[in-house]
Design a protein. Structure first.
Length: 262
């Protein structure tokens, strides 16, 4: 995969987030956030809220604020997603807004989602991760939602030493793709409960069997976190700014992307 293709994948990640928005309109909110105050709402805001709650009872409205475009309001909902509404509450558009800058078009919605992902992942104790540290100076840290039975996760992990040599620390979070009741889940629990997690993780990623053990573990919580931040498959790479790329990327291309400004 070239560096240009990696950049295209960043755009695909934004498209996936938009798809999740459409799904979220008919379901219960996954994210827990502060709802906007309904005290002293303008008639326009109150009308927009009333229409959305009346037609989409499961929607989690966090705030309704004027957008940079006159007559258009931004309704912020779960996971940093947004719906734009006309002031008369007659037209609604689930989408992202782009701003023209000297550096090109900037996706304002994706920037907000990146901030939310960054905050959520920063709240995870590194003691609950499986970490393969960079050799020498850490030049970059990459957080990866992984599944030990996923072939592309296994392929990525086969290059972890190369990534470490580049100065990239890899932090793994558990995301058993089949959920919490299938074959992979107990494997991941056993891995996270192992005395030497790194060794067992590498062993399982190579297809070897390991003794099944159980303990108080973060696997289920990390799986739910992955769903919350928009993970739909593995591996999902989360960069230090909260942006994500779904899928395997070769070590050389990752390093080229991370250090392209050096």
């Amino acid at each position: 995969m070239s560096v240009n293709l990696l950049k295209i994948n960043l755009c695909k990640a934004a498209a996936i987030s938009l798809f999740l928005l459409i799904l979220s309109l008919s379901g219960t909110a996954l994210a827990q956030g502060l709802s906007s105050s309904q005290i002293d709402e303008t008639p326009e805001v109150a009308n927009i809220r009333s229409v959305l709650l009346g037609t989409q009872p499961g929607i989690d409205i966090q705030s309704i604020v004027p957008s940079p475009i006159n007559g258009l309001f931004e309704v912020r909902i779960q996971n940093g997603q947004a719906i734009f509404a006309s002031s008369d509450a007659e037209y609604f558009l689930p989408s992202d807004m782009y701003q023209a800058t000297s550096d090109g078009l900037v996706n304002l919605g994706e920037g907000r989602r990146n901030e939310i992902r960054f905050d959520l992942i920063s709240s995870v104790d590194e003691a609950d991760m499986i970490i393969f540290p960079a050799e020498g100076e850490t030049k970059a840290t990459l957080t990866v939602f992984t599944d030990v039975d996923c072939p592309y996760c296994q392929r990525l992990h086969s290059e972890v030493e190369q990534l470490n040599e580049y100065g990239i620390t890899i932090r793994y979070l558990a995301f058993p793709r089949s959920g919490l009741d299938e074959v992979t889940y107990p494997k991941m629990v056993s891995t996270w409960c192992a005395e030497n997690r790194n060794l067992i993780f590498t062993t399982v990623s190579r297809g070897a069997a390991v003794p099944e053990i159980d303990c108080v573990n973060p696997v289920a919580d990390q799986y739910e976190l992955g769903r919350l931040v928009g993970v739909t498959g593995t591996p999902t790479l989360v960069f230090e700014d909260g942006s994500i790329v779904p899928g395997y990327v070769p070590a050389d291309d990752l390093a080229a992307f991370l250090f392209e400004d050096e």
